[in-house]
Design a binder for this molecule. Structure first.
Ligand SMILES: Nc1ncnc2c1ncn2[C@@H]1O[C@H](COP(=O)(O)OP(=O)(O)OP(=O)(O)O)[C@@H](O)[C@H]1O
Ligand SMILES: [Mg+2]
Length: 178
């Protein structure tokens, strides 16, 4: 009996700086369909209190990036993870095989964030970040361009279509690497 000797290493990063774009919805459903492990950086930081101060302007704790990276490094080297976070420059490049940047129409995003109680600078900055494509550019700088993909995430139909595409990619990847 021959067993595959190559480690299955399909790591996926789903992200956008803007909250409310659908990272968690997509990431969790993707984990169900692929059997990969879903990792939410926000939850991980909260559980381990991996913080380093508090940001008064944005009213949120500041992530202790070094401790987050240390905490995850072993798991990421094994492969098989879907990481949900709104930024990417803190993660080592070697962690990921593919990066998806989700994009949402500004008006939809405005409504989604407002309904969460976002106001003032926090709301404006987040919507502007999306308008100016900041996150996509950040991803293109942090990773080799050919592994960075943008996906539209405005409607439930978009979500389903994105899921199917990513599942297909991951099946293909496993075939090629095992
Ligand atoms: N493709 C989509 N079409 C319509 N609504 C969506 C879509 N994706 C997500 N939503 C809705 O948008 C809201 C925010 O989604 P979600 O919590 O997944 O975003 P997020 O990017 O994880 O946000 P955060 O950065 O705050 O964690 C949820 O109410 C979700 O049901
Ligand atoms: Mg989320």
């Amino acid at each position: 009996l021959l067993l595959p000797s190559v480690i299955i290493r399909a790591c996926i990063l789903v992200m956008l700086r803007t909250p409310g774009v659908g990272k968690t919805t997509l990431g969790k459903e993707l984990a169900q369909r692929t059997g990969l492990t879903y990792i939410n950086i926000g939850d991980l930081a909260q559980e381990g209190q991996l913080y380093d101060g508090y940001d008064e302007v944005y009213q949120c704790p500041i992530l202790d990036e070094d401790r987050v990276v240390d905490e995850l490094d072993e798991k990421m080297a094994e492969g098989g993870a879907i990481v949900d976070y709104h930024g990417c420059d803190l993660f080592p490049e070697r962690w990921f095989n593919i990066v998806f940047v989700l994009r949402t129409d500004n008006t939809q995003l405005y409504t989604r964030l407002e309904s969460r109680g976002y106001t003032g600078k926090k709301l404006q900055d987040n919507v502007q970040c999306e308008i100016f494509q900041t996150i996509y550019e950040e991803a293109m700088e942090a990773y080799s361009g050919e592994i960075v993909h943008q996906l539209t995430s405005n409607t439930p139909e978009d979500l389903e279509c994105n899921l199917e595409q990513i599942v297909q990619w991951s099946e293909q990847w496993m075939k090629e690497h095992n």
